[in-house]
Design a protein around this ligand. Sequence first.
Ligand SMILES: Cc1cc2nc3c(=O)[nH]c(=O)nc-3n(C[C@H](O)[C@H](O)[C@H](O)COP(=O)(O)OP(=O)(O)OC[C@H]3O[C@@H](n4cnc5c(N)ncnc54)[C@H](O)[C@@H]3O)c2cc1C
Length: 365
Amino acid sequence: MNHTVVVIGGGYGGSLVAKELDSEADVTLIDPREAFVNAAASLRALTRPDWAHNAFFSFATLLQQGRVIRDRAVSVDPKGVTLASGERVEADYLVLATGSDYTYPAKPHHASTSIDQQLDDLRETHRELAGTDRVLILGAGPVGLELAGEIKDVWPDKYVVILDRAGRLLPGFLPEVRNELRRQLDELGIDVRLGTGLTVLPTVEAGRAGRFAVTTDKGEQIVADTWFQAFGVKINTGYLADGRLSPLTAQKTVPVTERLNVQGYDHVYAIGDIVALPDPKMASYSMVHADLVVKNIKAQLAGDRPHAVHTPTPERRILLPLGTRAGVGQLPTPDGVAAATTETVRQRKGADLFTARFASRFGRS
Ligand SMILES: Cc1cc2nc3c(=O)[nH]c(=O)nc-3n(C[C@H](O)[C@H](O)[C@H](O)COP(=O)(O)OP(=O)(O)OC[C@H]3O[C@@H](n4cnc5c(N)ncnc54)[C@H](O)[C@@H]3O)c2cc1C
């Protein structure tokens, strides 16, 4: 009889593990969503409704043999998982890959919404945004910057202002990358105000149209017609809080070994944003973790000892498009990290926001 592998969460890492082990074991993927959400594409999905469907990939086409259960894990123990419906799924191998939530529109409003509902939400926010002249974005991290770039790409004449309490853009990245980012933002006419925050949020709901004025903590007044929140990652490990598997860290992340096992269990793994590793919380690292776990589970299925180990990297990498034409990046090279050209950023991310890669994973032609 085949061994069972249960993957909890079908994001960047979990969907890869499920796909790669589909022919090797009885795979069950558990996720409340109807589709994988390519978060990297969600900001363009907001500004270009005709393109928005590209951000979603139905789980129905991911696996040839395995099954997908559309439900949420509420508790995990060494033998298996209990779902919100009350259903119990036993597992020989468990992979925890429940990632993180982020404020809409960067990630969906509600975990269990259908593709149609998510597209409706984006169309509605697009309608509100289209009618505005002045947009305020709170947070100048990659999400806030990319959102500003997508808005300017479609509506070059809109005034876009970004506030962030941090004093520097992309701290920890090369000075040439940060300087080039500043130059491109200036060229696009995006008003970035660093070391500046709000003491009170706008009275209008985020993503809704309606003129408002806010005063920054520096005493400047900003008038805008809509605003978006671009900060606040929330790690999805609430279903582990009962401690039936393993205690969480103070940051609510999952401690793992160098083989990415949840500490204390050779048959339970954790990957992606939920793990307590110094790796940045990024899809690219989640997929590195996924590849490693696939190797280790394949070895175990073959009766061998799992031997692949993960070494977290101190190197910071990023591809940060500002719409379809502009953007900056930093990538690893044999001599350490280096700035990427705008053309590289465009080709590797800005042009299609990884749509082709996930079309291939999900068997979409
Ligand atoms: C706008 C935006 C752009 C980004 N761009 C990039 C980029 O260009 N490059 C990059 O490397 N990173 C990027 N990131 C970061 C990246 O999205 C995250 O690091 C990544 O999503 C983490 O992947 P993951 O595999 O850990 O889980 P996720 O992709 O977060 O997926 C988790 C899955 O688990 C499911 N889930 C949650 N709770 C449960 C539960 N209790 N039971 C069952 N299922 C559950 C969710 O529904 C979801 O499908 C971006 C993020 C945002 C918001």
